[in-house]
Design a protein around this ligand. Structure first.
Ligand code: DNO
Length: 394
């Protein structure tokens, strides 16, 4: 017994093979049917085909990440009713097929955002970072978002303009491509025009309205998930603060209190992502892991070093500002409680890893989803788990 070690796999096109995942020591796979357009239902047949491919390599599909939420559900516009019905079908079909955790997020327009996906780390490996000023330069001078200047003070605006003026054309291009990258697992990137339009469609929507739309979505989905034996695991916003004038509502403990108050169902859970929450200076991840322990359905373990101003760099798993041993200890205390009640084991995955030298031989590795970097992370986390369990008799 213990935590379930899982690994995100992007499906048959992932340059990391299932056998490699198995030999890295994971037993569970986290994947999604990325080929199905956002909003459409995942059929039992397609789910079972993917499941069989995973099982053929001796692994188990445990978590669906992500089942993306259609933008019209977040805005409650257009065909949102239809997308919600489809979402229910997907959840039912996953449950029926034995995939019992669904990781999803409620971030408008963009999923995770970075300003540099190829940062040379102190040991020569490649990692990612987010710099608030650089991102503001994108917002103000590349995207030219209408009304953006209202989000920055005059002094900030001047500093950011100087920064932008000092950037080469190549820097600007690279930044643009980085922000437009789109969702992990999808090859589709936004164009600047499409991004501007998509943001414009949220015009005037503030956090309370988005929160209400999430609540309505949950009222529809949670009962279906419960009946289907599925735990919904909401993923935090990354970074966990408002960007590009878009509201973000899954950023800290207060947000979680509010979201979780919608339902006490065991099907209404969270993804504790230590990297996403960890980017916010005021978030104490040990405290969050302890407070929300009962609601943890899935864990992403990764580390960041961060500044108060909202810059962060993805670190090695055991280095950085997140107290990983403290988080692991809190999760293991919860795991022990579940074991004593005959509950399900908690799945975690080493989230993101640096691109290490041997990874460079593989083509098409999605930023953060290297083989060796994540294998290092998993090995360290596995050792940490074992050490804590032994020393605490957990
Ligand atoms: C990035 C990931 C996120 C995550 C989704 C979950 O690497 O952690 O894209 O999968 O936000 O819905």
């Amino acid at each position: 017994m213990g935590l379930v070690q899982t690994w995100r796999w992007f499906g048959p096109n992932d340059p990391v093979a299932l056998q490699e995942i198995r030999q890295a020591g994971a037993t569970g796979v986290v994947t999604a049917l990325h080929q199905i357009p956002v909003g459409e239902a995942w059929s039992v047949e397609e789910i079972r085909t993917r499941k069989a491919a995973i099982e053929a390599d001796g692994l188990t599909w445990l978590v669906a990440e992500s089942v993306p939420v259609h933008e019209e559900i977040k805005k409650r516009t257009g065909d949102y009713r239809r997308w919600i019905e489809n979402y229910k079908r997907t959840v039912q079909n996953l449950g029926r097929s034995g995939v019992t955790v669904v990781c999803y997020n409620f971030m408008p327009v963009l999923d995770w955002v970075r300003t540099d996906l190829r940062v040379v780390f102190r040991d020569g490996s490649i990692t990612t970072k987010f710099e608030a000023d650089i991102f503001a330069a994108f917002d103000l001078f590349i995207l030219n978002r209408p009304g953006a200047e209202k989000d920055y003070s005059e002094a900030d605006g001047d500093r950011i303009r100087r920064l932008y003026e000092g950037m080469s054309e190549a820097d600007k291009d690279r930044l643009t491509q980085t922000v437009l990258l789109g969702l992990p697992g999808s090859l589709e990137a936004y164009s600047l025009e499409r991004l501007r339009t998509a943001i414009g469609e949220y015009e005037g929507m503030r956090a309370p309205a988005l929160r209400e739309n999430l609540q309505e979505f949950l009222k529809d989905i949670i009962p279906v998930a419960e009946e289907s034996g599925v735990r919904m695991a909401i993923h935090p916003d990354d970074p966990p603060w408002q960007i590009l004038g878009l509201p973000r509502i899954v950023t800290d403990s207060d947000d979680l209190d509010e979201i979780l108050s919608v339902s006490n169902s065991p099907a209404h859970g969270i993804t504790l992502c230590t990297g996403s929450y960890g980017a916010k200076h005021s978030n104490d991840l040990v405290d969050m892991a302890t407070r929300f322990a009962h609601r943890i359905a899935f864990v992403h373990l990764r580390n960041v070093s961060r500044t108060e101003r909202g810059d962060f760099l993805e670190e090695n798993h055991l280095e950085g500002d997140v107290d990983m041993p403290g988080v692991m200890r809190a999760i293991l205390v919860e795991q022990k409680r579940r074991e004593s009640e005959g509950g399900r084991d908690i799945p975690f995955r080493p989230d993101h890893g640096h691109l290490m030298q041997p990874d460079a031989q593989k083509h098409g590795i999605y930023p953060g989803y290297s083989l060796f970097g994540r294998m290092r992370g998993l090995a360290e986390l596995r050792g940490l788990e074992l050490g804590i369990r032994r020393s605490m008799n957990l």
